[in-house]
Design a protein around this ligand. Structure first.
Ligand SMILES: [Zn+2]
Length: 311
């Protein structure tokens, strides 16, 4: 069976213990018989530039315009802060890294390039160059980018709509954190509703009952269902469940779910950061062959094939 990982990350994340290492990733995909993947930068990339370590975008709590900074740690230990500017995609270097991996890939696993974009800082040229690189889907990570969906311009969504590409959007849930709740699936679906944009909502839209019913009925939307062990922990979803995978399968129509690993966030638990590669075995035990086919390749192929663009 052709199995596609719909969403995993490569690179160093400023706030995450595990590094996304392409060799480790490919080795484990091969072991599990997974033959294709959509890969993207980690959410909050730190890159090495000459003798510097650069966190490409760090935000404060307020998410006002001058609250988004590039933090450069120089060789002598000093720190330089640069304000992120309009028309300047802060993630360009992280995207280049992913694109180079995809271009130079000699493994038997097919890799697809997914650029990370920031809805406040982007340029039309950047979109076009990423399309020329073969991107069929763009990633938005609201929390890492300090993004409030309600503050994104109409122009941004209109551009995505006119290009006919899909978005993959991280969704959040928290009982206590306002910024996380600003990036809830409900907030995103509300902001997206007037646009003809296909959207892949990560983390099963945190099992929001509102979102589940919208997604099941609306042909624009699908969900990723990983990483199931982490999301089985308390406080991660609107519905508290320690049977996350079973709850996803019970709540979403089969033609709405996409298999994704979310490497290197595919950890056993908040206490144990070792990686889990067995979600495919758990899903296999819960689905018929026909259903597996839909979740492993048909749905992701549908959402990444591109839309007829407006004239
Ligand atoms: Zn992810």
């Amino acid at each position: 069976m052709h199995v596609i990982d719909g969403h995993s990350h490569i690179g160093n994340d400023t706030f995450w213990k595990n590094v996304g290492d392409i060799q480790e990733y490919l080795k484990n995909l091969e072991k599990k018989g997974i033959s294709e993947a959509f890969i993207m930068s980690v959410a909050c990339p730190t890159i090495e530039r000459n003798d510097q370590k650069v966190s490409l975008l760090i935000h404060g709590e307020k998410n006002i315009e001058n609250d988004h900074l590039r933090i450069i740690k120089n060789k002598d230990g000093s720190i330089t802060k640069e304000l992120i500017k309009k028309n300047d995609n802060p993630y360009k270097e992280a995207n280049d890294l992913i694109y180079n991996i995809v271009t130079n890939n000699s493994s038997p696993i097919k890799l697809n390039y997914v650029p990370l974009i920031h809805p406040y800082y982007y340029s039309y040229e950047d979109f076009i160059s990423n399309l020329k690189r073969g991107a069929k889907m763009f990633k938005i990570h609201g929390i890492a980018g300090g993004v409030l969906p309600d503050n994104i311009s109409d122009e941004f969504f209109e551009m995505i709509e006119s290009l006919g590409v899909s978005l993959i959007i991280h969704t959040d849930y928290s009982k206590t954190n306002d910024l996380q709740m600003s990036n809830s699936p409900d907030a995103w679906l509300n902001r997206l509703s007037k646009y003809n944009i296909d959207v892949y909502l990560a983390h099963a839209a945190r099992l929001s009952e509102n979102a589940i019913s919208t997604i099941n009925q609306d042909s624009r939307y699908m969900v990723g269902i990983g990483p199931d062990l982490l999301l089985s922990r308390p406080g991660r979803n609107y519905i508290d469940t320690n049977h996350y995978l079973e709850t996803c399968l019970e709540k979403f129509n089969i033609n709405k779910m996409i298999f994704d690993i979310d490497y290197p966030w595919n950890i056993i638990s908040n206490q144990d950061y070792s990686l889990d590669w067995d979600s495919i075995d758990r899903i296999n035990s819960l689905l018929s062959k026909n259903e597996q086919e839909i979740v492993y390749n048909k749905n992701i192929e549908k959402i990444t094939k591109g839309k007829e663009v407006r004239k």
